[in-house]
Each structure stands twice: as structure tokens, then as C-alpha cells.
Design a protein around this ligand. Structure first.
Ligand code: GLU
Length: 378
């Protein structure tokens, strides 16, 4: 079935065709395909990297080679500020050749991290699409500091796919997809066409393969795939240089590695819960894991361990005894409180903490189950 809404993410190495400059011919091919996809009735959101690369191009490579962006955040912010304008101008001119308007949306993690701002971003993107304008998104690198940035556009594009409820996230890279090993080092590496579950074996393959250019290696792509597929989208990684790659991916042809959606479309609030960055986890016993999987709340009595930090109202991962993530939810108590409550009855909460805000650690309404029961190994 033809997707109704897709997110296309273009990495720096694809935009520059591996050079030091934006490659307009490459950008033209991408724009042309996006225009054709739109004309066939699919809405398209473009997530573009390349601001820093465009900044270097704009201020001249001789001068920019003296700027060490890995050391100096202000230098990086300056390059992003210069380059983002340059990048958008290029996209605007290229889409303008097809009489298609574009609109720039610069996001940071902070713009998506609470429910109200998440909904604002969603409304803005939907409004832009409703006017038949192509939203072009990048991280707001000029102001994004470590604490508020997403950090890589693979993850950003998965968040965007989550926000707009996309059916397909297409990540265009300089690598054709996920290989059994790093194809640059191991000539016997083969491309994996379809991944139905992102398990340890898949992560092991990603560890062995690292895309050399841009920020995102294969591991950020896999993290993006986890978020996108849990949110109900299919994700495809493909070679951005491949002719007609966007058209073919939208038509459902095999163009790289396809990660099947692991959930059907889920309601907006649950998608938001998944988009939250979880900094801690709770390990639960088998009984609680079963309850969570069947859609019930997580009670303190079933919690065996609390790892990492989280405050009340923040996202937390629920893991089974084997360490597998089974759900993500919004905690009713902080990590420190949860550690005091674990293994205890809900009726004891008030005595232990001096107050009770809820009888459960995570309410069923605030929890999204992300994995089916672990299959026994054969
Ligand atoms: N936002 C960065 C840029 O435009 C790219 C980040 C990434 O490619 O992951 O330069």
C-alpha cells in the first residue's frame, strides 16, 4: 500500500557526494523525486543534514580548516548558522524549479521533550503540510548545546516520523544499508534486505560497520530504527546515490535494508511517550513482566532493581530479568523513591515515603509495550 506520509532524511555524505561542497546535482535528484512522490499523493517531510558542511563551503575551506569544531562549540554554532542559511537557499532554489515552496523548521530535543511542545511541533508540521509546503527540518545547531540537542539527524528524523505519524522513514546515506559486517573492511559482507526484529545479532552487525562520514554511524541508525518501528513506521536505509531511490522505496521495492514496523499505528499520546528520552530503567520479575505485557500497570511489588536516574513524570524503560526492554512509560515516582518501594506492596507506599501519589510505579495509560514475550531460542 502506498504510504500516506513519509520522512526522508538525507545525510551530509549524500548531500556532498563525499566531497567538501554541497552537490547540487544530487540535491536536484532528491528534490525531483520528492516532488514526484508528492504528486502521487504522499506527503513528504525532508530532514536535511549538511549545515556544518555548507558553512565550511560558504566561509571558505582555507579559513574553515583552521576551525576545530570538535573542540569549539561556538565555532560549530557559527558554521551551522552560516551553513544553515546556505543550505536552505540551495534547497529553496532547487524546489523552486518545480514551483514547490519549502519551509524551514529547526528543532532541538527541548522542542519535543514535553507533551505541550511536542504537540506544538506536530501542529506546526501538519499546518505546513496542509499548505502543500515541504517542511525541511534540521537540528537547530546554532543554539543547541549538549543538554538540549538530539545530536544526530538519524535520531531526529525518527523523532519527526514519530511526531507526524509517518508510515515510512527513509534514511539516505552513503552506505546501502545494514551489512553482515563492515563492507569497507570485509569483502564477504552481505547486505541484509529485511530486519523484522532489532535483536542482539543485529546490533552486533552494526557494531562492525561504521559509516565514516557525518555524525551518524550504523548504531544511530539502529536506534532510529527502534524508535521509528515502535512508533508504527517502516524504516528503510538506502544509498542516497542510487537512481530513483526515493521513488522505489515508496513503491515498496527493495532498495536497501528495510526494518518492518513492530507496532501498528499507535495513538498520539503513546507515540509521545515513546519519543521521550528514558534515562533510567526498572527491572521487573516475571509476574510483573506478564502484567505489563497484557496492558496492566506496573506495581512496585514486581520491581527487582532500579537503574539510572529519573524524576517523577520522566520516561523510564521497563526491562525483564534478561535485560530486554518490554515497555516504556512515565514514572509516578522518582528513581530514588522507586528504589525504596521495590518489592513492596502498594499499601506500604505511604508508610515508606510519607505520601502516596499513586498505587503504581507506572500507570497502564502511561505505558507503551514495545516487545512481545521473548521467543525461546531453538
Ligand atoms: N545537524 C547536522 C548538520 O546539519 C547534521 C547532523 C547529522 O548529520 O546527524 O550539519
Amino acid at each position: 500500500m502506498k504510504p500516506a506520509k513519509i520522512v526522508v532524511k538525507v545525510g551530509t555524505s549524500t548531500l556532498t557526494a563525499g566531497t567538501q561542497r554541497l552537490n547540487r546535482r544530487r540535491m536536484l535528484s532528491i528534490a525531483q523525486q520528492i516532488v514526484a512522490v508528492r504528486e502521487s499523493g504522499t506527503e513528504v517531510i525532508l530532514v536535511t543534514s549538511g549545515a556544518i558542511a555548507a558553512g565550511r563551503e560558504r566561509i571558505g575551506h582555507e579559513q574553515s580548516s583552521r576551525i576545530n569544531t570538535s573542540k569549539s562549540l561556538p565555532a560549530k554554532q557559527m558554521l551551522a548558522a552560516v551553513g544553515q542559511a546556505h543550505l536552505m537557499l540551495a534547497w529553496e532554489q532547487i524546489f523552486g524549479m518545480f514551483d514547490v515552496q519549502v519551509g524551514q523548521v529547526l528543532l532541538t530535543w527541548a522542542d519535543l521533550s514535553d507533551r505541550r511542545r511536542y504537540l506544538n511541533a506536530r501542529d506546526a508540521l501538519n499546518a505546513i503540510l496542509a499548505y502543500r509546503v515541504v517542511p525541511i527540518i534540521n537540528e537547530n545547531d546554532a543554539v543547541a548545546t549538549e543538554e538540549i540537542r538530539v545530536g544526530d539527524n538519524d535520531t531526529l528524523s525518527a523523532l519527526v516520523a514519530n511526531v507526524v505519524n509517518a508510515d515510512l522513514l527513509l534514511i539516505l546515506s552513503d552506505i546501502a544499508g545494514l551489512y553482515t559486517a563492515d563492507p569497507r573492511q570485509d569483502p564477504s559482507a552481505t547486505l541484509i534486505c529485511e530486519v523484522s526484529q532489532i535483536d542482539n545479532a543485529v546490533w552486533a552487525m552494526a557494531g562492525a560497520s561504521r559509516s565514516g562520514l557525518g555524525v551518524g554511524g550504523m548504531s544511530t541508525k539502529l536506534r532510529a530504527a527502534e524508535l521509528a518501528t515502535r512508533s508504527g513506521a517502516t524504516m528503510v536505509i538506502a544509498d542516497g546515490a542510487r537512481p530513483n531511490v526515493i521513488l522505489d522505496a515508496v513503491a515498496g521495492k527493495s532498495v536497501g535494508t528495510r526494518f518492518a514496523a513492530t507496532s501498528t499505528k499507535i495513538e498520539s499520546r503513546k507515540r509521545w511517550i515513546l519519543s521521550e528520552r528514558a534515562t533510567g530503567s526498572v527491572i521487573v520479575d516475571e509476574g510483573a513482566a506478564g502484567a505489563v505485557r497484557s496492558g496492566r500497570s506496573l506495581l512496585p511489588v514486581g520491581v527487582r532493581d532500579v537503574q539510572g536516574g529519573f524524576e517523577r513524570g520522566e520516561a523510564v524503560l521497563v526491562k525483564d530479568l534478561g535485560g530486554h526492554v518490554i515497555a516504556q512509560g512515565i514514572a509516578r515516582y522518582s528513581a530514588a523513591e522507586a528504589a525504596l518501594l521495590m518489592g513492596r506492596q502498594s499499601s506500604e507506599i505511604e508508610t515508606i515515603l510519607g505520601y502516596e501519589s499513586a498505587p503504581m510505579l507506572i500507570h497502564a495509560d502511561d505505558m507503551v509495550v514495545v516487545a512481545a514475550p521473548a521467543r525461546s531460542k531453538v
